[in-house]
Write a protein that binds this ligand. Structure first.
Ligand SMILES: [Zn+2]
Length: 143
């Protein structure tokens, strides 16, 4: 059986990378940001060990930020951490594009993939999809 919780944990970790790639955040802001992005409550127990690991390998640095009497730890991504994250993001986007590829519609003229609704025209009684009006025009001229 595939450990679903392990996959979910990995997803949370990827989201942590995305958040810290954007800007430095303190621990609670990370938990909150994850809740917003993933639309569920994320346990600090999932996040903090990962932050500790990232600190240990030098992908993050931690600084103390004093808010009133309380000190908060702010996590910032280092240049190495950014490089690491970019590698992860690249791999993720490859996986995602492979996953959505079969459901993509291609332009009937140039064959480019349509990520959004294309330009549809009825040609010889068939609904034909193009990426743009220019492809539709070129296609009709070629008929
Ligand atoms: Zn086209």
């Amino acid at each position: 059986m595939i450990a679903e919780c392990q996959l979910a944990t990995d997803l949370v970790r990827c989201a942590v990378l995305m958040l810290l790639y954007e800007k430095p955040l303190h621990g609670y802001a990370i938990i909150e940001g994850l809740g917003e992005r993933l639309e569920r409550t994320i346990s600090p127990a999932t996040v903090y060990p990962f932050l500790t690991q990232m600190l240990a390998v030098g992908y993050l640095t931690a600084t103390q930020d004093n808010v009133g009497k309380r000190a908060r730890t702010v996590y910032s991504m280092t240049a190495e951490g950014r490089k690491f994250s970019e590698g992860i993001f690249r791999r993720l986007s490859q996986i995602v594009s492979t996953a959505i590829e079969p459901s993509l519609v291609h332009c009937s003229h140039c064959g480019s993939k349509l990520y959004e609704a294309g330009h549809v025209e009825e040609i010889k009684g068939r609904q034909t999809v193009f990426c743009c009006i220019h492809c539709a025009k070129a296609h009709k001229q070629a008929e």
